[in-house]
Structure formats: C-alpha cells, structure tokens
Design a binder for this molecule. Structure first.
Ligand code: PAF
Length: 285
C-alpha cells in the first residue's frame, strides 16, 4: 500500500521534521502500540481537531510486557494501521521506531516512584508494567514535545500514572483522557478482542453489564458488598474468570469500603476469557 503520510523511524528525523514545521504550532501526540481500532481512531480524531500537527507513535514497547509470550503474540498490523490513520488525515506524522532506537543499550525500564498509583490493580498483577509505560511515554514526550497527549480512559490507571509522570518529571504537556469507545453490545474496544471467538466476543458484554449494575448499586450499597456481589456473579458463569474487581477513588486509586462525600469514584475490573485478559472500568458518580 502507498501512503503520502510521513512515516518516520528515527528520533533524529522526527525532531528535524517537527522543527521544520515550527514551534509556534500546537501539537498533539497519540502514543499507541499499533493494532489500531476505533478506540484509537477516536483519540487520533480528537488530536487532529485540537492541534495544528499530530504525531501518532506505533511502538510495541517490550519493557511493559511481563511475559515474553504476551509480547510475541501482540498483533502487528502496520499496513492496516497506516490505512486507518490516513483515512483520518494524510497530514499526520507516524513515528514507528525500532526497539534499538528507543533502547540503544539495554531493554530495561526506568524505575519511577508513582506514589503508589502503580501498586494496585494492574500493578499488582503485572510487575514493572507501569515502569515500562513510564519509560516509553517519557521518551516520546521529550522527543515530540507536544502541547497535548491523548490516552484512553479504558486504561484509566495508566492515564493517572502518566499524569503523575508529567508532574514528577515536570514535563509541560496537557494530558487528555478520552472516553472509552465500546463495541455495539458494550465490550470496551481493545486490540485483544480480535483474539476472542465471535461467540465469546458477544458474551463478553457481560463485563460491561456487570459494571453498569455495580454503578446502580453504588447509589445504595457499600463497596465491599458490591464487590461480593460481583465475585458471585462471576462464580456463576463458566466462561469468565475474574482477576479483580475494585472500587477506588480516582485520585489515589486506593480501593475503598465506604464512600466519602465529594470524592469521585470508579469501578475497575480485569477478567480472563478464552485465555485473553480484558480490562474495563466505569465512573460511579
Ligand atoms: O496504552 C498503550 O497502548 C500503551 O501502554 C502506550 C501508552 C502506547 C505505551 O506503550
């Protein structure tokens, strides 16, 4: 396939290109690992609407995977990704570095202190995952130096950690969280959905249905009893294995038992279906 879009592989060429465009223009960065779907498309569209120039990075970041099998299985669909991007705008700059460009010496993450945000939920089950995410996002923010960077709320914990990263590293950028995009029946869009059979993909709507029911219960019940209810709901199905369900406040991501007035809460869930790990979350108030 031929595209007139700029596809750049090195930091040097990217920096030259961005400098040529001029520093007075607003710029938006959309970091991705490829295998793009409509969730990514919504981030890219928003970035195009809000900025004069947009960089989409496609890089399967090895340091955020905690097992080699998951890394090797990660779908690589560059042609389709470029097609999706070019349909949004041919002016987008696509950055697709090799691993050696990002990790010239050793493929290890930097270690950050995210003040506990990385220790719960995804962090509890995925060692070093958020150090890996922090390492690549910091690198991209330094190279692209965007006015705004866009992340999906499906990975809400990641979004909070990236906000923390820019605070502790004092990186001047506006981090924009974008609403979850869902398939027709409610399953949150994810590159991993492609690995599910058609039948299970439909059944996985159960995850969002459970989150919506938890949201209704949040009006009257305490967090602990909602958690118990969710655990029991999952015990009753043979198709899904619940890894965690937690209700946390959105600032600290600390799981709660009772709610306090004036704080914002979200419910978070991770589930295995056909050996595929799916996550989702919902705003409760
Ligand atoms: O959300 C993702 O796809 C990745 O974690 C990110 C932010 C692109 C970093 O590799």
């Amino acid at each position: 396939m031929q595209f007139s879009m700029q596809v750049i592989k090195t930091k040097k060429v990217l920096t030259e290109k961005l400098n040529k465009l001029g520093s007075s223009l607003n710029s938006g960065l959309v970091p991705t690992m490829g295998a793009l779907h409509q969730g990514h498309a919504s981030l890219i569209r928003k970035a195009v609407e809000e900025n004069d120039k947009v960089v989409v990075s496609i890089f399967v970041n090895p340091t955020q995977f905690n097992n080699l099998e998951d890394l090797n299985k990660y779908p690589k669909t560059l042609d389709a990704d470029l097609h999706l991007i070019s349909e949004i705008s041919e002016d987008i700059i696509v950055f697709t570095p090799e691993v050696s460009e990002i990790y010239p010496k050793t493929v290890v993450p930097k270690i950050y202190d995210f003040e506990g945000l990385d220790k719960v939920m995804e962090g509890e089950f995925r060692d070093d995952h958020f150090n890996g995410v922090g390492t690549i996002v910091e690198e991209l923010l330094i190279v692209v130096h965007p006015t705004r960077a866009y992340f999906g709320e499906k990975d809400f914990q990641q979004l909070r950690i990236i906000q923390k990263l820019t605070e502790i590293r004092q990186i001047p950028v506006e981090i924009i969280g974008c609403e979850i995009v869902r398939e027709d029946h409610g399953l949150a869009m994810s590159s991993r959905n492609e690995r599910l059979s058609k039948e299970t993909r439909l059944k996985a709507a159960f995850i969002y249905e459970t989150l919506k029911a938890a949201k209704i219960k949040f009006g009257t019940d305490n967090a602990l009893s909602i958690k118990e209810w969710v655990v029991n709901e999952f015990k009753r199905t043979n198709d899904f294995e619940l890894e965690y369900f937690d209700i946390t406040d959105v600032e600290t991501l600390t799981p709660i038992i009772e709610k306090t007035n004036n704080l914002k809460y979200r419910a978070f869930i991770a589930v295995y279906v056909e050996n595929v790990r799916l996550i989702d979350n919902i705003a409760l108030n």
